[in-house]
Write a protein that binds this ligand. Sequence first.
Ligand code: I6G
Length: 681
Amino acid sequence: MSPGAKSSADTLRQYEQLKADIERHQYQYYVLSEPLLPDIEFDRLFQQLLDFEQQYPDLITADSPSQRVGVKPHDGFAEVVHLQRMLSLDNAFSDEQVYDFERRVHDRLNTVAPIRYSAEPKLDGAAISIVYEKGQLLRAATRGDGQTGEDVTHNVKTIASVPLRLLGDGHPDVMEVRGEIFMPSAGFEALNARARKAGEKVFANPRNAAAGSLRQLDPSITAQRPLDIFIYGVGVVEGGALPGFHSEVLQQLQVWGLKVCPEIDVVMGADGCLNYYRSIGARREALPYEIDGVVYKIDDCDLQRKLGQVSRAPRWALAHKFPAQEQLTTVKDIAFQVGRTGAVTPVARLAPVSVAGVVVSNATLHNIDELLRKDVRVGDTVIVRRAGDVIPEVVRVVIERRSGNPAEVTLPEQCPVCGSDVVRPEGEAVARCSGGLVCPAQRKESLKHFVSRKALDVEGMGSKLIDQLVDSGRVSHFSDLFALSGAELAQMDRMGEKSADNLMAAIESAKHTTLPKFLYALGIREVGEATALSLANYFCDIEPIILASTDELQEVPDVGPVVAEHIRSFMNQAHNREVINDLLQQYNVHWPKFDKPRADAELPFSDKTIVVTGTLSAMSRAEAKEAIQQLGGKASGSVSAKTDYLLAGANAGSKLAKAESLGVPVLSEEDLLDILNKHRI
Ligand code: I6G
């Protein structure tokens, strides 16, 4: 039907239903911070409304969601009427839509002159407006419905990167800045890991975590949350002037101490925008925060004014979205997997669905409590999420789509792999198979850990091969790997003679390791790389660790009673000590003598705090941190005035910018390798 078509009673009903659906989803999203649908489904619904209204313009009501930006504020906060309406952005999902946008801009401006854009990553957080009066932070408010938001001043003031007073001088009398409050990925993972351990509610994604943290009624809770901010523009400005180009405005804001995303760039034309989109897209996973696309803005503020806005979005800006990280699919089955430490983890087997370019057919449900809290059942429609390298997870069930009454899922009483009892100690979120290394699943996972890159690093010893070696009875313990012959390996599936030879060479070279790697490889519960290094630094050899009491173990920095107990109980088992003995005596697994860190004065990084950032080529970041500690230094996570050096690899982002702004000396990977060589570490 053509635009302007006449509407019938049915059409009216359909329109009212569509509006009501969207309002309900907006309430869930903005007020409760608990969206029912993935963004992509919501965007589809919203587009349906826009198409509908284009077809039936006579139906459009002033309260249609298309005429508003968000929803009404929550009761717990004072209302703030924004000095200037906070808009949304129009979205593009394809290159073609970006070219269309530029064509519309050219038409409206009646020009074909090349257009200069400011391009920036689109953070996945919560929009904020902050008003500064005479350089002092006066008020901060959420977007709300665009006209009226919630007063979250007390909460925003707890965010360290939000200046309470602007730096320098020449500030306008009144200046409203707008930006995005977000939770960096590492902080989000840590927050959820803590919540999961404590059996508390976890956040579905960093955006919900940021929005939920910002809207705490108690600011002391917000203060504990790892929130950060990027300012992306200004609203009302009175009693002062800002530069005439958006990119220069942002530079000025930075000079006044406001935090601006270091990835912002100025590009020419739609082609420049698309190059930017691809280059940020390629680095998306390496960025320390989640983004869901990029934003292009016409850089010349005069042109922005000429173009103006439609009801809900400026005509001079466009959000270009990445493929969605959340999709809908259905649960075919719920299985229980047994891990290295016996943890029994529920996993949803899904109807395959493409999420951000990868086909996902399994998603973790973390533990039985979370499975029960989410109430996932076979046959359910669920939102599945895949972000970065993180294992795909079921975010929530779309309960409205459940049909019939599928059975609730319960924790199995016996291990699905070996039949041993599944036990769940009082107060623990994780249930475990009690079979230990009798359980083939635990054996396989322990072996996979033992040969992994950060452990003994046996190149070419993949997961499928270990499954075969265990299933065929050739390998039961770590030491059995060193007893394998080339002929035995060559008999395995997809193993030619050549690859068997290569693998034999890899097994041989894995015998030469380091004490921290060996300790880590043993897979003792809660002994990760950092703890293994601390143990090595303290004891310098394996023998004293085997013999150490829990009290002695707790002398080691980072080792508390729980970890000490895990180490003791591992070493108390005769067969574990036998395996260690076989590895060292019979198969000659060895490492260079491990000295206690030398006297401070001898070491180049004594008393120095060093932050590692970016991608390194000769080592992982964990290895660089290990090296820093061996050189007497302390590896820290964030750059501050107290940081002595920044070790920066490729694509170092905000940490490099911050180090430079604070005058912190920057070391390259080559510098570190030189120092290591000089000190023969
Ligand atoms: O630069 C921006 C980033 C994100 C934006 C923006 C945004 O919303 C989440 N929204 C508007 C309205 C503008 N810039 C102008």
